[in-house]
Design a binder for this molecule. Structure first.
Ligand SMILES: Cc1cc2nc3c(=O)[nH]c(=O)nc-3n(C[C@H](O)[C@H](O)[C@H](O)COP(=O)(O)OP(=O)(O)OC[C@H]3O[C@@H](n4cnc5c(N)ncnc54)[C@H](O)[C@@H]3O)c2cc1C
Length: 539
């Protein structure tokens, strides 16, 4: 069973070893540990539904609670404190393609809004009903989860848009293929959600982002259905796939998608490398991507993230030995860990790729640390989100944010975003820990990802206000530094008011015009991506 107010399955926990607890408590003073709101109590606070009855729509309080919020820190604060401002008025879990237009027509005639819902793993407020808004109907796409057709010759697989990562890989795996899209939320996030948020998986270096994998599909809108034919390439005007990608539920419900798939790798492994300092690792990352070494993943942790990751893994004695050995070799305090991956299909020489990568790495002062550390990373890659549950119970709030910047501006944007968060936590007197990694490499730049942990306050509003200040400060640094407001999480509510700065007023008008063409009544996920009303820019 999935947790209603945290991450993942209730049977999975992430206990921290004692040494890890001490490490953390030394770095960040533990915060408030008040117990979470009781679900029975929260269910009793849900107001009556404002929606008319419909045979496809559930209006029971539990369904409405389970679809009320996503996974952002504000979502966690709301769910854990039980102070949830708005709930969907109903939840539909359609089974057949014709159910979707039926629900859209029902919503339009009921003056209700529609929130397309995949796995509910949004971290920027995408699926939250708006307080004071029209009645909200959430359409949960989970039953659209099957492989519908497979064209092996073209390597194109068509899936229902509600399929999660494991479902997709399991069905393709049986045919000897894989998609290779592995966001950290892979266990629960869905194809429709990935497309609608322009998601990026951990192995995007090798497999590409979702926009590289999304070849076509079908979208249901209040004005009818539109097809995106899966063409290998086309010069027939603007590419409408690019309009659907990142549409965040504003342009319709994606019902199915055609995906570019690849044969399963015959060999896949991850390994670790240490650099003396961040700069060496960053140069190596750029050199690797610019010289097109065909890896499937490169991820470089800064010194603080390296230290924290190792400390939280426990295994004190092993780590002490590794620490001593690395220090002797000159990889001391500022050392940074890079994890690299190779996913070699048949006929590809993995040893040669590894050698190519190591040549670049050694030229930047890197030290090969072998595959043990890579195996550990691969083993816990989808388990680490569970750590957030443990940290919350220990009295800590955790948030992440990310951007992508061209190489020439990368460092300044990353450093300033980190400094912005640290300053806020210091000025507010709460203390905290902030660290980053570089991932998702491109020839012209890369993504950076920041994690920050701070003690939570007894008053949830205070925790929220600290988050808001830290987020604002980091976002300003990112935008001033020439970065995008989001490389992979999307816009939702939390980045909405920063979008005009990135797209310009005409760009936002274009997005609005697209939405109005398919949804003149404005029922589709109002207020997300762009403000529902052009004059409303406040969250
Ligand atoms: C622990 C954790 C780790 C994460 N790691 C990553 C990561 O590595 N990379 C990454 O890119 N993101 C990551 N995310 C963010 C999140 O998982 C992605 O944004 C993901 O793409 C959301 O998919 P979902 O199915 O959960 O969509 P939801 O959260 O349900 O919805 C997100 C948006 O997509 C729209 N939508 C969903 N399905 C459809 C559909 N069928 N038709 C039209 N619109 C639809 C919704 O209306 C909403 O606007 C992470 C989140 C968490 C909590």
């Amino acid at each position: 069973m999935r947790r209603w107010n945290g991450w993942g399955d209730t049977s999975v926990t992430y206990p921290l070893p004692e040494s890890a607890v001490s490490y953390l408590q030394e770095k960040v003073p533990p915060g408030d540990r008040s117990p979470d709101a009781d679900i029975e109590h929260v269910l009793r606070t849900i107001p009556p539904s404002q929606l008319r009855d419909h045979p496809l729509i559930e209006k029971d309080p539990l369904s409405r609670l389970l679809h009320a919020r996503g996974q952002s820190l504000p979502d966690w604060i709301a769910l854990r404190s039980g102070v949830i401002e708005a709930f969907p008025d109903g939840v539909a879990v359609p089974e057949r393609p014709d159910h979707v237009p039926e629900l859209l027509a029902f919503a339009e005639s009921s003056l209700a809004s529609i929130i397309p819902y995949g796995g509910g793993t949004s971290v920027v407020g995408h699926i939250n009903p708006l307080p004071g808004g029209p009645p909200a109907l959430t359409i949960d796409m989970r039953r659209f989860n099957r492989l519908l057709s497979f064209d092996e010759e073209s390597r194109l697989a068509t899936f229902g848009a509600g399929a999660t990562g494991p479902t997709i890989e399991e069905q393709l795996g049986r045919l000897g293929y894989r998609l290779g899209h592995f966001p950290q939320s892979w266990e629960y996030s869905t194809l429709g959600g990935w497309i609608a948020t322009r998601s990026s998986g951990q192995q995007s270096y090798g497999y590409g982002r979702i926009e590289d994998l999304f070849a076509g599909g079908q979208v249901e809108t209040p004005r009818g259905q539109f097809e995106l034919p899966p063409l290998p390439a086309s010069a027939a005007g603007p590419d409408l796939r690019q309009v659907v990608l990142g549409s965040e539920g504003r342009l319709g419900v994606i019902t199915r998608a055609v995906l570019r798939v690849r044969p399963l790798p015959v060999q896949e492994f991850f390994w670790g490398v240490f650099f003396h300092a961040w700069e060496d690792g960053r140069h190596a990352a750029r050199a690797l991507v610019q010289s097109r070494v065909p890896l499937s993943m490169v991820r470089l942790s800064d010194a603080q993230e390296t230290e924290t990751t190792l400390a939280l893994a426990g295994r004190e004695r092993l780590l002490k030995l590794a620490h001593d050995a690395l220090s002797l070799l000159g990889y001391g305090e500022g050392r940074c860990l890079m994890i690299l991956g190779i996913s070699a299909e048949g006929g590809v020489d993995a040893t040669k790729i590894r050698q190519q990568a190591l040549d670049v790495i050694r030229s930047c002062g890197g030290l090969n640390a072998g595959t043990l550390i890579g195996k550990e990373w691969a083993h816990s890659r989808f388990k680490s989100p569970y750590l957030r549950n443990t940290l919350w119970q220990m009295g800590y709030a955790l948030d992440t944010l990310e951007s992508a910047v061209s190489w020439n501006a990368f460092e300044q944007a990353r450093v300033n975003a980190l400094a912005g968060i640290r300053n806020v936590l210091e000025v507010e007197g709460v203390g905290g820990l902030a660290f980053s990694h570089l991932s998702h490499l491109y020839a012209d730049g890369a993504g950076f990802y920041i994690t920050y942990i701070f003690p939570r306050s007894e008053d949830p509003h205070e925790t929220l206000s600290t988050w808001r200040a830290a987020k604002r400060s980091a976002s300003n640094a990112i935008l001033d530094g020439g970065g995008t407001i989001s490389h992979q999480h999307g816009v939702g509510l939390d980045h909405r008011d920063d979008l005009p700065g990135e797209k310009g007023p005409l760009g936002v008008q274009l997005i609005r015009a697209f939405a109005q063409a398919v949804d003149p009544a404005g029922i589709l996920n109002p207020g997300k991506l762009i403000a529902a009303d052009p004059s409303d820019t406040q969250i």
